[in-house]
Design a protein around this ligand. Structure first.
Ligand SMILES: [Fe+2]
Ligand SMILES: [Fe+2]
Length: 486
């Protein structure tokens, strides 16, 4: 047993070296496509073989979890579901177990479940491929009913293609019903053209309407089990009534406000460079949740450094750095998706806590601490890092002038570049420039518009009023009054 475990360990470490893993991924991917095609072109006896292959794939995933393989499993699962459902229906129709006069049962098959879920679960290219190829196999499976199945297959294919652009704009689960109606009506019109039956078209629309009920449950399952971040899941996570955000608002109101501002700015910057803006906005809300464990050590919550006066500088630095680790723990305990946890871990990268390091240097204290990282590995986490540091730096300014804000953000980016924080991220210098411009504009708009109602501004207001108004009225109105009375 021990020898077997050792053997497995050795095999795992060998496969975990990057190039070997990639080779295996490619191998599994193509083998899966070939076998899928083989299974579908063959008949039932090949099914156990398909299931065996899927079983071996599952084992592979549990030992070496990997995203590309996850896609393959989803594709396989869908293929088997589709194959079994259609084959089962065909058998029931042929045996005359189904009352809905024979072949018509195929028009009520809720095919929309497949495009409306696959679109969010795997790459768009793969989803398009599968939604086109499955109906073609359907023709092969149900060969006895060729005429009907051909017309319904075409409606499935073209209906799916039409629904994709609408699905890409969907943000709420409920919008699946809207897309389903478009798919249903379009498919029904196609059926009228190909087949000419009103009953068939009505059944097709009915199938479209019932599909989203199942799609929503299927998506919910995949989101939670496979940790897939769909737009709907992102939308749910952005609800400020999420328990983690409610706690953040109550325990660390300053951090909560900072997170809201960063989310807003990062969203604009992400849009500017074509990154996943929804993801950035959502993750920004959670990036500092770890601060709520010890909110008193963060200046934005207490407006000062009182808590740090009771401890030494290395301890202060350690506690501040800890918010990354605490955030990760909190996120995991609330089962936040890994993509969001990446933002918590990467938003400080492997930088050093500047404030304490500079203070320690001036006081001749040895301090060599850094955030645990890793450094950003995606364009989205790069944006998060820049916006987070920029907001914190700009907030402390006394005057919000564009030149000054630009200078600060330029310094922030330069410092991160010098510390090698963008070395592992797919970001170009041009993109960094565009991010900088977007952040400067967003921060200027945000802070510049804040009107302060202090004594100075009241005096300035009175001065301006005196120049434009006479006794509280506009010059123009007073002029008109004078003309009337005169
Ligand atoms: Fe942070
Ligand atoms: Fe932050």
């Amino acid at each position: 047993m021990k020898t077997f475990a050792n053997l497995l360990k050795k095999l795992k470490s060998k496969l975990e070296t990057k190039d070997v893993t990639e080779k295996y991924q490619e191998f599994y991917k193509y083998a899966l496509y070939i076998i899928n095609s083989f299974v579908f072109s063959a008949s039932v006896p090949a099914l156990p073989f398909h299931i065996t292959f899927l079983g071996s794939l599952l084992i592979y995933v549990f030992v070496f979890s990997n995203v590309a393989i996850r896609d393959s499993i989803i594709i396989s699962g869908y293929s088997i579901f589709f194959f079994l459902s259609l084959f089962g229906l065909k058998e029931l129709v042929l045996e005359e177990y189904l009352a809905l006069s024979t072949y018509r049962i195929f028009f009520i098959f809720p095919y929309f479940i497949i495009p409306s879920t696959l679109f969010f679960l795997i790459e768009r290219k793969k989803a398009t491929y599968l939604c086109t190829i499955l109906p073609v196999f359907a023709i092969g499976i149900i060969d006895q009913l060729n005429d009907s199945i051909l017309s319904v297959s075409l409606s499935w294919i073209f209906g799916s293609m039409l629904s994709f652009p609408f699905l890409s704009k969907s943000r709420r689960r409920f919008s699946l019903f809207k897309v389903a109606s478009i798919y249903g009506v379009f498919g029904a019109i196609l059926l009228m053209v190909f087949k000419g039956g009103i009953t068939e078209s009505a059944l097709f629309i009915l199938s479209a309407i019932i599909s989203p009920f199942i799609s929503i449950s299927v998506l919910y399952f995949f989101e939670r089990v496979f940790n897939i971040l769909t737009p709907f899941y992102l939308f749910d996570l952005q609800d400020i009534e999420h328990p983690l955000l409610v706690q953040l608002r109550q325990r660390a109101p300053g951090t909560f406000h900072h997170s809201l501002v960063v989310a807003d700015i990062a969203y604009i910057a992400a849009k500017e460079v074509g990154a996943n803006a929804e993801l950035v906005r959502c993750a920004a809300l959670y990036h500092d949740i770890g601060k709520m464990v010890r909110p008193e050590y963060f200046i934005e919550n207490v407006g000062g450094m009182t808590a740090h006066m009771k401890i030494n500088i290395p301890m202060s630095s350690k506690l501040v750095i800890r918010h990354v680790e605490d955030g990760e723990k909190l996120a995991r305990s609330y089962s936040l998706p890994q993509r969001i946890i990446d933002f918590i871990l990467e938003h400080h990268g492997t930088t050093y806590p500047e404030y304490f390091v500079k203070a320690a240097k001036k006081l001749d204290i040895q301090l060599d601490s850094r955030y645990p990282g890793p450094s950003p590995r995606s364009l989205e986490t790069v944006i998060m890092m820049i916006c987070d540091s920029s907001e914190a730096a700009v907030r402390s300014l006394e005057e919000y002038k564009v030149e000054k804000i630009n200078e600060i953000i330029s310094k922030v980016i330069k410092s991160k570049l010098e510390q090698g924080q963008f070395d592992n991220a797919p970001v170009t210098i041009q993109q960094l420039k565009r991010i900088q411009e977007a952040v400067v504009k967003a921060l200027t708009d945000f802070y510049h518009l804040r009107i302060s109602y202090d004594e100075k501004s009241i005096e300035k207001y009175i001065e301006m009023k005196k120049q434009t108004n006479i006794n509280g009225e506009d010059k123009e109105i007073s002029e008109q009054k004078r003309k009337k009375t005169g």
